[in-house]
Design a protein around this ligand. Structure first.
Ligand code: FMN
Length: 374
């Protein structure tokens, strides 16, 4: 009850100030300490105590890694971290669309830079070495005014890999001009090559550090095919689907819906799930080995379940933390446990990607497998 009350008041503040206060609350230990319920999942040799994690952008400077597990998340993704500190775009640059349960942001990789993040990660790893049961992904991207963006990825991988359970290559933020061009085949191959070179000369003991590519939802089937082919040929571990969208093709009620930037939260659910489902089909049909992390509009157990049924091994969220508050992961986990019981599922892995159509997946999430015809 108290957390609902606090969430309500924090939501009255300017979104960026509200976010700063939330990070301060976490730093000073003013957060719920939840019972450790979990739905574990193993992918490759990564062991996640819980399938649900915090998406990039929440803990940009790796400041509260040791706190978010209290909220019952199984993993976190810090960043996006750039080599040099960066102010980002002019404020205001984050807009809450209350009526739509959505956020538009045009932050532009505001962060304190790689060296500051490295210090925080170093401190964290003194207590919790790589491979501890709360996993940390490090999301990397280039500086806006960098003269060599490819080299930025290499420098970041070189400096940060030692502290990461996985690296997430951000080629999809809409607020850094032309960043999404890195999703094109030749560029993507080059970015991956540079990240691998960075890992090779880094101090990580795991030279086969898992790499995820975080992609945009605003892509066509051809681009998705090309990304997946490149990811497979380059032995990428998985895809994160998706970042925020630039499209406004959904009906939005809030006044601020015309603000420029990436849209996240509830209105992103359909679009990101469609791409996820398409990716799942391509992977299955070609027998590719690629894990999928879903992000986009997850706010409760049903939306999380749909993502899993459509191919997600893991699920991330950010916007619903704003609207639902710090108990959201706990609510999702206990809700999914009930759905698994209803559907007689022992291991969540057994239903990953079993349904080819998001609409059907939603029907199953609501009514169960009993009435589902293949
Ligand atoms: C305010 C804000 C800042 C974000 N910053 C980043 C970022 O720095 N890097 C990144 O890869 N994604 C960033 N994202 C995107 C999220 O990680 C996530 O992919 C997207 O919001 C969809 O999930 P959601 O609907 O649960 O919010 C940001 C999202 C928001 C709302």
């Amino acid at each position: 009850m108290i957390w609902k009350f606090i969430t309500f008041f924090v939501r009255k503040l300017d979104p960026e100030i509200a976010h700063k206060i939330t990070i301060k609350f976490l730093k000073f230990g003013l957060h719920p300490r939840l019972n450790k319920i979990g739905i574990p999942i193993n992918i490759g040799n990564l062991i996640f105590k819980n399938f649900i994690g915090i998406a990039a952008g929440f803990d940009k400077n790796a400041e509260v890694i040791n706190k978010v597990h209290f909220l019952n998340f199984g993993f976190t993704e810090v960043g996006t971290i750039t080599p040099l500190p960066q102010y980002g775009n002019q404020k205001p640059r984050v807009f809450r669309l209350e009526k739509d349960k959505a956020i538009i942001n045009r932050n532009g990789f505001n962060n304190l830079g790689m060296l500051q993040a490295r210090k925080k990660l170093e401190d964290y790893r003194k207590k919790f070495p790589v491979g501890s049961n709360f996993l940390v992904g490090v999301n990397i991207g280039p500086n806006k005014d960098s003269e060599d963006r490819f080299n930025d990825y290499k420098v970041l991988a070189k400096n940060l890999s030692k502290f990461a359970d996985y690296i997430s290559i951000n080629v999809s933020s809409p607020n850094t001009p032309n960043l999404r061009d890195f999703q094109k085949k030749d560029n993507l191959e080059k970015v991956i090559k540079f990240v691998k070179e960075g890992i090779a000369v880094s101090k990580t003991l795991n030279k086969k550090l898992p790499i995820f590519l975080k992609i945009a939802p605003d892509i066509n089937k051809q681009t998705l095919n090309s990304i997946i082919e490149t990811a497979c040929s380059q032995k990428i571990f998985g895809l994160i689907i998706s970042n925020t969208t630039l499209d406004r093709d959904c009906y939005l009620k809030s006044k601020k819906s015309n603000e420029i930037g990436g849209l996240s939260g509830k209105p992103l659910f359909k679009k990101s799930t469609d791409i996820l489902s398409q990716a799942n089909k391509i992977i299955k049909n070609n027998n590719y080995k690629l894990f999928l992390i879903a992000a986009g509009g997850v706010s409760d157990s049903k939306t999380a379940y749909v993502k899993i049924l459509c191919g997600a091994h893991l699920v991330q969220l950010y916007s619903s933390l704003t609207f639902e508050g710090p108990l959201v992961a706990n609510q999702i986990i206990s809700g999914i446990s009930k759905l698994m019981k209803r559907d007689n599922i022992k291991n969540i892995f057994d239903v990953v990607g079993v349904i080819d159509n998001p609409k059907e997946a939603m029907k199953v999430a609501i009514n169960g497998f009993k009435n589902h015809k293949n």
